[in-house]
Design a protein around this ligand. Structure first.
Ligand SMILES: NC(=O)c1ccc[n+]([C@@H]2O[C@H](COP(=O)([O-])OP(=O)(O)OC[C@H]3O[C@@H](n4cnc5c(N)ncnc54)[C@H](OP(=O)(O)O)[C@@H]3O)[C@@H](O)[C@H]2O)c1
Length: 289
């Protein structure tokens, strides 16, 4: 891996799955990784694995507590990030969920929408100013090959009939659209935004599904090490060798659905996100308004 000495990286979703492999690798290669956790035991396990596997690591791992299911928790964590670290080079929104059944977040919003789309948007709103001093600022969002369809503006929480996969697909289409929109906005043209699909990976993502579904996932899935490859590719390579705004799979730009290029839908979605975040946004402008 290329040298990440001096790079300051904020990341969600590094307490399990391929995000954990990526965080360990980044810290081993010199990055200061500041990551969220919601479960103390898993945070301790990440730190212990780091010390055991990489006793001579060039970088570090530090934590902020954050439940992405609650806007107050996200805001508190972001304030803490600002206190702990003097600027950032990268923001990696990797955490995500897939729920078999309809569940509400602490803010009374369907959880897939909350965790996979609204939470990253609020994080970017809060933390993107910290990227301003970086020579090569990057935002990396973990999407999925499951992003077919449209944003259902009439029922974004699937209250009229919850379908797990549809809710997941919508949230991942949303994060790709968010990346594309941020990338074309002139005001922040120096910030490089990427989305990625890690592959089908053996992780805890199917934890709440039945035995059969978990088994299928486990049999089909590749290793977390393999899953970390595209994320690490985007982290370590210079922006001029990557395509900003694009969606990556297998370390390459990948073609996607026409809907995932629809900037009009992206703008409408941003207005929807802003509405959801009303009362939780502590700055007059939203994201890169
Ligand atoms: N696995 C795949 O085949 C696959 C394919 C395409 C895309 N993805 C995407 O890849 C990303 C990583 O998933 P994974 O497969 O590595 O799954 P995973 O093993 O379940 O990891 C998910 C990570 O997100 C964190 N997270 C989930 N909900 C959270 C919350 N409310 N607050 C704080 N952290 C939360 C988890 O924290 P805890 O450790 O505390 O649970 C964990 O660190 C997700 O965005 C997922 O949608 C995965």
């Amino acid at each position: 891996m290329n040298n990440l000495n001096g790079k300051k990286i904020f990341m969600t979703g590094s307490t399990s799955g391929f995000g954990k492999v990526a965080a360990l690798e980044m810290a081993n290669n010199g990055a200061s990784v500041l990551t969220t956790f919601r479960n103390q035991e898993k945070a301790d396990a990440l730190l212990n694995d780091f010390k055991r596997q990489y006793p001579n690591a060039a970088g570090s791992i530090d934590f902020v507590q954050c439940d992405l299911n609650a806007f107050d928790s996200i805001n508190k964590a972001c304030t803490e990030v600002g206190e702990k670290i003097n600027g950032l080079d990268m923001i990696v929104n990797n955490a995500g969920i897939m729920n078999p059944k309809f569940k509400e977040s602490a803010d009374g919003i369907e959880q897939t929408l909350h965790v996979n789309l609204l939470a990253p948007a609020l994080i970017l709103h809060n933390l993107s100013d910290l990227l301003k001093g970086s020579e090569e600022p990057k935002i990396i969002n973990t999407a999925s090959a499951l992003h077919q369809g449209v944003i259902r503006f009439d029922d974004p929480e699937f209250k009229k009939g919850f379908k797990s996969m549809d809710a997941y697909r919508q949230s991942k289409l949303g994060i790709i659209l968010l990346g594309r929109l941020l990338s074309v906005e002139k005001a922040h043209a120096n910030i490089n935004v990427y989305s990625l699909h890690p592959g089908v990976i053996r992780t805890e993502i199917s934890r709440d599904f039945n035995f059969l579904m978990r088994g299928i996932f486990w049999l089909m899935g590749k290793s977390p090490e393999k899953g970390a490859e595209t994320l690490l590719h985007l982290v370590e390579n210079p922006a001029d060798s990557l395509e900003a705004g694009e969606y990556y799979t297998n370390k390459k730009v990948s073609s996607t659905t026409p809907e995932s290029h629809d900037l009009k839908m992206a703008e409408q979605m941003m207005a929807m996100i802003k509405e959801y975040l009303k009362g939780h946004i502590n700055k007059p402008s939203f994201l890169f308004d």
